[in-house]
Structure formats: C-alpha cells, structure tokens
Design a protein around this ligand. Structure first.
Ligand code: SER
Length: 320
C-alpha cells in the first residue's frame, strides 16, 4: 500500500482508519473521500480530501488517476436497521458502490478492502461458533448486500485478478464518530448514556448475545489483512473476526463496576431484535488467525475502562 483512497472517510470506521493510515503510510498518501459531509478538524487538516461518491464511478476513477491510488478502502454503507426502511439506498450504496470500486480497481490495478459483517449470516446459519464457511441466507437488506458483496469481491479476484480482501466485522464500539442505524449500536450508545445521564434504555432483550470489537482492533484488522502475504490467504471475502461476545446484561454489569448508580431498562425495538436474533452469538475466527495472524487485543473490561475515560473527558470539556 503506497497511495490509498478511503471512500467513506467521515464515517464511524473511516474517520479513525484514515488517521491511522496517514500515520503509517504518510499523510499525503492517504486521500479522505467524502460524499456530502466535508471532513473536519484533524481529518481535514492532516492530508488531502476529495469528493468521492461511491455511486459515481467517474469520481472514483478521477481520484484514483489523480493520486495514482493503489489501494481503495471502500467503507460507504447503510447500516442494518436503516437498510430495512431504505432497501434501494442500501443496495445502491452497498453494491452499486462496490461494483464501481471493483471496475475502477480492475482497470487501474488497485487492491480493494470492503467490510462485510456478522449481518452476512442468518436464516439457518449455526449461531454458536459460527464457522468461516457455512450457510449464508440472511433475511435483511443489509445482509443480502453483504453476501452479494462477498461474492462479487471473490468473483473479481478469481476472474480478473483484483486483489480483494475483506473481514466480517462484528459490532464495532468506538468513541470518535457515532455509528448510525445499526443493530449493534446500542453497545456504543450505552457508554454515552452512562456518562451523560446515568441511565440507558436498551433496544435489545437481555440474553441477546452478539459479537463485538473495540475500534483499535477493527482498524488493525483492516491494515493487517491488506498487508498479509497473499500466498497464505486461502479465503479472501470475507474472514470471520471477533474480539468479544456479550449480551446487554453483561455490558451493563461491566459499566456498573465504574458507575455504581447507572441503571438500565428495556424497551425492545422489534426490527432490531429480529435482526439481532438472526445474527451469530459468537463467530469462530480461527481461519483469520491461521491465514493472516489475526488476534484481538481488547476485551470487555479493558474496552469499558477506555470508553468511559475518553467519553468522560469529552463530556467534562463540553464536547458532547
Ligand atoms: N454494526 C452493524 C449493524 O449493526 C453490523 O455490522 O448494522
């Protein structure tokens, strides 16, 4: 990776991945692509930005040519709960955007990283120790687009030799940019509410286990996979990766260790609950460990201490 384009650089993952890539590969070699919201602060000041709408193939091609891009991180996506009410937008961005990246990559010799998700499972998938290779018949628009994306990415690799790689991310917990409209977002919101209001209304039932990961691990996974020796990769699109699995009661109890008067009640949101019930409780990520050395560094206690510290500081400064 020498010259890198991030599509979706102002999103939850993009805003942190772009800065990390700039640290590792040189600020001027990492272009922050955005659709409508201009990058701000460090993201804007630390390197080049360009308007790149994933659904506009010409915009992608122009930026790839201008900066001689060799690697595209294609992060533009509509998350699972929003996708249920906007299926066409979810498809156009998820699959239209990916097709555009793959075509530009085919022509200009770029590698492409596209996140898949736990959402690529459902409808008959074994939910405990979900294997790398198993049934994928999801019943959400988000999942349908993720499975299609995995297939398209493998197709472009086999048919045209495009260097496509991908991980199935679990819910990602972070404290820089809020996610929006995801089923796992409760595990981000709970930290903000614990700091701000000391109470949280949970949209998922007790006992709903889902895979989760702290952002530093998610970013390291993307970079390590793109740097991995291709000779070792038997799989490409996509690798199961996970760092922890918990239900609302477990994360609540962990936060309560730090904030004893924190309280949580439940108000189940049926769309999110149905999605969560169809997703793995815990994935088996041994394949990623074997093929490119994946290993998470953050567990629930360490992540909780760090989240509460960072969000607490922001709150004290009046930033949230
Ligand atoms: N965080 C995503 C969602 O909930 C899952 O990949 O939509």
């Amino acid at each position: 990776m020498k010259n890198i384009l991030i599509i979706g650089s102002v999103g939850q993952i993009g805003s942190e991945l772009t800065l990390e890539l700039r640290k590792n590969y040189g600020s001027n070699n990492v272009v922050a692509g955005y659709r409508s919201t201009l990058p701000k602060g460090e993201l804007l000041e630390s390197g080049p930005s360009e308007r790149v709408d994933a659904t506009d193939i010409q915009q992608i091609a122009d930026v790839v040519k201008k900066y001689r891009i060799d690697t595209i991180f294609n992060l533009a996506a509509i998350l699972s709960a929003v996708g249920e009410s906007k299926p066409l937008t979810a498809w156009n961005i998820g699959i239209g955007g990916l097709m555009n990246c793959l075509e530009v990559a085919r022509e200009h010799g770029c590698a492409v990283f596209t996140p898949s998700s736990i959402g690529a499972f459902g409808g008959g998938t074994p939910l405990d120790n979900t294997p790398q290779d198993t049934i994928q018949r999801p019943q959400t628009m988000y999942g349908v687009s993720k499975v299609s994306g995995e297939l398209l990415s493998d197709y472009y690799h086999k048919r045209f030799g495009v260097d496509t790689r991908s991980v199935r991310y679990p819910g990602i917990i972070s404290n820089v940019t809020l996610p929006g409209g995801g089923t796992t977002d409760y595990a981000v919101e709970i930290y903000y509410e614990a700091i701000k209001n000391k109470k949280f209304t949970c949209p998922l039932k007790a006992g709903t286990f889902l895979d989760m990961m702290y952002m530093p691990d998610a970013i390291r996974a993307a970079i390590d996979l793109m740097e991995a020796d291709p000779a070792r990769l038997k799989h490409r699109n996509s690798f199961n990766i996970t760092a922890m699995s918990f239900d609302p009661e477990i994360i609540y109890a962990e936060i309560k260790k730090h904030i004893p008067d924190f309280t949580m009640t439940y108000q189940v949101e049926p769309v999110k609950q149905a999605i969560a019930d169809s997703w793995p409780n815990k994935m088996d990520d041994s394949c990623a460990r074997r093929e490119w050395g994946w290993k998470p560094e953050w567990d629930l206690p360490a992540m909780t201490s760090d989240m509460l510290k960072v969000i607490g500081e922001k709150y004290a400064k009046g930033l949230i």
